[in-house]
Design a protein around this ligand. Structure first.
Ligand code: KIV
Length: 264
């Protein structure tokens, strides 16, 4: 049996080995990714990739718990982080603790992630003090897209860059074990990674982050129309699926499926 990756393993990777993190939302994908990932993130990006929502704002705790359970059934090795969705942790540290405890006890995951502006530092600290493993998330915070008016790179001017850097340092002091840095200029991501003892996981940030995360659907090219600058499609699965389904249709019409071997 594989040994599960621990927080200590993740912390030790800083300066030694890049941390590989991918999202997974379901059993079959988590089963494949488990061999390759240090961290599997059950991201609230599932609102878009699985449920076809236009952003993550309407994702519920129930959805996160159901997908967290599905992923946990498959995982033997990776460290699993589940996102707390919008509206389940911002009100008070107590609300955040209640949501985090629900997610952890019902899924068995290892940690939760929250989107962490400076106002969320006290909440992160409270969670850590109550034995919750917390991953932070700075830079572009997708749960705020309606407020900030879209998916925009953050920290482009000196003032906002400094705010993100300071927040990252405060989060480290608060006890988060690692941090996603999303959609900021590479120089800022490099400064944050160099300033922190905990590992940083970049997305649209810098190759110098301690690890990288991608949404699995983007890596696999499941939605060919969605290709922001920071995404590389490592496969074109949408095309592969279309070809397979076209072949199935052809075979059914030509009575080649089911074949003799498919029948009793
Ligand atoms: O929800 C998600 O998938 C994420 C990653 C993009 C970091 O937060």
């Amino acid at each position: 049996m594989n040994k599960r990756i621990s927080i200590q393993d993740i912390l030790q990777k800083k300066h030694h080995q890049k941390i590989i993190c991918l999202t997974a939302y379901t059993f079959p994908i988590a089963k494949i990714l488990d061999e390759y990932c240090d961290i599997i993130l059950v991201g609230d990006s599932l609102g878009m990739t699985v449920y076809g929502m236009s952003d993550t704002v309407d994702v519920t705790l129930e959805m996160m718990i159901n997908h967290g359970k599905s992923v946990m059934r498959a995982v033997k090795k990776s460290f699993v982080v589940v996102d707390l969705p919008y509206g389940t942790y911002e009100e008070s540290p107590e609300q955040a603790l209640e949501s985090a405890q629900k997610v952890i006890t019902q899924t068995g995951c290892d940690a939760i992630k929250i989107e962490t502006s400076r106002q969320m530092v006290a909440t992160a600290k409270f969670l850590v003090e109550n034995n919750i493993n917390v991953m932070g998330h700075v830079g572009l915070m997708p749960q705020s897209v309606r407020k900030i008016g879209g998916y925009k790179y953050q920290g482009r001017d000196e003032k906002s860059a400094l705010e993100i850097l300071e927040t990252a340092k405060l989060l480290e002091e608060a006890g988060v074990f690692s941090m996603v840095i999303e959609a900021v200029p590479a120089v800022l991501a490099d400064k944050i990674s160099a300033s922190l003892k905990i590992p940083t996981i970049g997305i649209g940030a810098s190759e110098n982050c301690d690890g990288q995360v991608l949404v699995i659907d983007d890596l696999l090219g499941l939605n060919q129309e969605f290709k922001p600058k920071f995404v590389t499609h490592y496969a074109s699965l949408a095309g592969e699926i279309k070809l397979a389904v076209e072949k199935f249709c052809e075979d059914v019409r030509a009575k080649k499926f089911p074949a003799k071997g498919n029948l009793v």
